[in-house]
Design a protein around this ligand. Sequence first.
Ligand code: SF4
Length: 389
Amino acid sequence: MTTAFDQLADRILAGGAASADDAVAVLRAPDAELMSVVAAAGRLRREHFSNTVKVNYLVNLKSGLCPENCNYCSQALGSQAPVLKYSWLSKDETLEQAGAGLRGGATRVCMVSSGRGPSERDIDKVVEMTSALKDEHEGVEVCACLGLLKGGQAERLKAAGVDAYNHNINTAESNHDNIVQTHTYADRIDTIDKAKDAGLSPCSGLIAGLGESDEQLVEALFALKELDADSIPVNFLMPFDGTPYENTWELSPARCVKILAMARFVCPDKEIRIAAGREMHLRTLQATALHVANSIFLGDYLTSEGQDALADLEMLRENGFVILGMDAGAFEELIEEHRARAAGATDRVAGGCGSSCGDGCGGGCGGHDEPEGPAIRRRGAGTDVAANA
Ligand code: SF4
């Protein structure tokens, strides 16, 4: 039986486009029709990305201490979340962290710093880090995420070899001022425009679960389509204790898959990345979501811990996906290396799910009955503990 979602996919594959009404209908599909939604959106995913998954790795260059008041953010002004707080990593620390992610299977390194926006000295640092990273790792893609840009900064990043710039719109323009007051939606668009004008690939996405309506989620996706963002990270709110959104749980796993599917229908040929909150909110539907989305972050997030990198990679392989840019043999070897490392770690520390369960897996290992708040990152950048990569 051909479903309405199949007909929508047919139309898009024939060169048409999803309307706002189509997008709302995807979000409001009954859970009983979830697999019809996935099957139809999956046709678009396979048309443009086959069975590849782009694997990205976050390096938090500077954590906490932000003067902005983004309500959802554990690093914001006024946040009491006990996240790691540190100023800029050195170039060597950045190379070490990025190298761990690249050896772990990532092809893009996302270098992120908290703050309203970079100073010229901050740009100097990122320029130096980028050129060292590109010297050491041939073919690595570098994305910078440094906040609001001033004139000329995007050009400096581009000249240094930075490939992409991330600046999320986060939510619909009509909801923006409810979630942050220290900068405007227009400020955000201005930075994305500056990045595009400088020739950087625009990466911009959203956070679902902030109290927005279906129409506002659709509004945000159409804004990203209009911006022509090449990559679209879809974050699911991680309600950190000590932030205004603590204990806010608006999302179900099926809802998250529908949001990703809606993004695929609206932006069929763009990189749709399942970003923060993947384990916590998609739970057992993580792999199902990959039939719609085509990109993930490996391992941990900026201030919270994700599931083990090995679990990420096994999930890809067990569901028939391959890492973009890596041949099948290399992927097998990578998984074996991770397994050997995990076995060594298990010999040293008995028990658990391999991700410091209890405070490490974000509820993603299947060993928890209810959502738990985000597990604060205590490894990788800014610590002496090995990265989860
Ligand atoms: S500007 Fe970035 S780091 Fe600062 S509060 Fe907002 S999201 Fe967090």
